[in-house]
Design a protein around this ligand. Structure first.
Ligand code: BDR
Ligand code: CA
Length: 307
């Protein structure tokens, strides 16, 4: 069983990632921290509390950073709505707030564990960069960081950059340089996992405590993808990072040396990925390059059907 913390900016796909982690057979969700990203931190924190409440997950939620380390904030309300959870009313139940400052809270929680934990960042990396810098002693207690972000190929917010990295490139750079083992689950695989209207119907027909919410969120998300990109289907990014911990057969990874561009206007926030087999440089991350979408959907349905 994998003990994990999710650091997130819910966010429609974040919400589904949390619900997936909450009912996966081999995961133990220890806590959730919020960060500014898809929406302001006030909204992402509220959303995280409502999702944990909806799932009855009983894990603590802590409020994280209100903006990136250096750059001006960017949000993604076009995909996630004004509330950050478009497509459904916010769920009524709300988990209590465990801490107003997630960074020292995470350090304390991680150090209190008897075995190393996995950190799953699925938003901008602000909290995680601050954590690793202010509390380097946690590094020995982190088995791995499994993050959704970046891309070997094209970006989604600019031609060069993926949203989570673009929203705080300096933080992402610090995390990649931290020495903690990293699995990067980026657009190269997440863009291949598209939630369609058929999938929405299948989720709706689960007819349980989360199915109306999840299908409402996904409908909003699919509409946003159609509106902004002209494609049928919304890329379900964040749950892919969680699924990497559930079943190692969903993603195939390759060792790479990953760095983040922080100085160029054109490519600001780009993850620059060099396969280590091309050079004698030591890899600092394994990067997902292949995905089995059918297996992913099986695992997601299995988890959601247990609410
Ligand atoms: C990432 O950006 C956010 O909008 C999503 O929640 C996901 O974490 C995809 O680029
Ligand atoms: Ca996210």
């Amino acid at each position: 069983v994998n003990n994990l913390f999710i650091d997130c900016d819910p966010g429609l796909d974040d919400a589904i990632a949390i619900l997936l982690a909450g009912r996966a057979r081999n995961l133990n969700l220890l806590g959730v921290s919020s960060v500014a990203g898809n929406q302001t931190v006030a909204k992402t924190t509220e959303n995280a509390r409502r999702i944990v409440g909806l799932g009855g997950l009983g894990c603590p939620v802590a409020k994280g950073s209100s903006g990136p380390l250096l750059r001006p904030p960017v949000i993604a309300d076009d995909y996630h709505g004004e509330s950050g959870l478009g497509g459904a009313e916010l769920p009524p139940d709300r988990a209590p707030l465990a801490a107003e400052n997630a960074v020292p809270w995470l350090a304390e929680q991680i150090l209190a564990q008897t075995t190393p934990v996995t950190i799953v960042p699925i938003g901008p990396l602000t909290n995680i960069a601050l954590l690793l810098n202010a509390f380097p002693e946690v590094k020995g207690k982190i088995e791995r960081i499994v993050m959704m972000g970046g891309a070997v190929g094209a970006g989604n917010v600019t031609p060069s950059a993926e949203f989570n990295i673009y929203a705080d490139p300096e933080a992402a750079k610090m995390v990649f340089k931290s020495g903690v083992p990293i699995s990067m689950v980026g657009l190269d695989v997440t863009n291949q996992v598209l939630a369609t209207r058929q999938i929405v119907e299948k989720i709706r027909s689960l007819n349980n405590s989360v199915s109306d919410y999840v299908s409402g969120w996904l409908t909003f998300y699919i509409d946003a993808y159609y509106r902004t990109r002209g494609i049928e289907g919304g890329a379900l990014h964040d749950p892919l990072a969680v699924v990497a911990l559930i079943d190692k057969d969903v993603l195939r990874f390759e060792d790479m040396l990953v760095d983040v561009e922080t100085r160029s206007d054109l490519t600001y926030g780009r993850t620059v990925c060099e396969p280590s087999r091309w050079s004698d440089k030591k890899a600092n991350a394994q990067v997902a390059i292949e995905v089995n979408p059918d297996l992913f959907w099986d695992i997601l349905f299995d988890a959601l059907s247990r609410y």
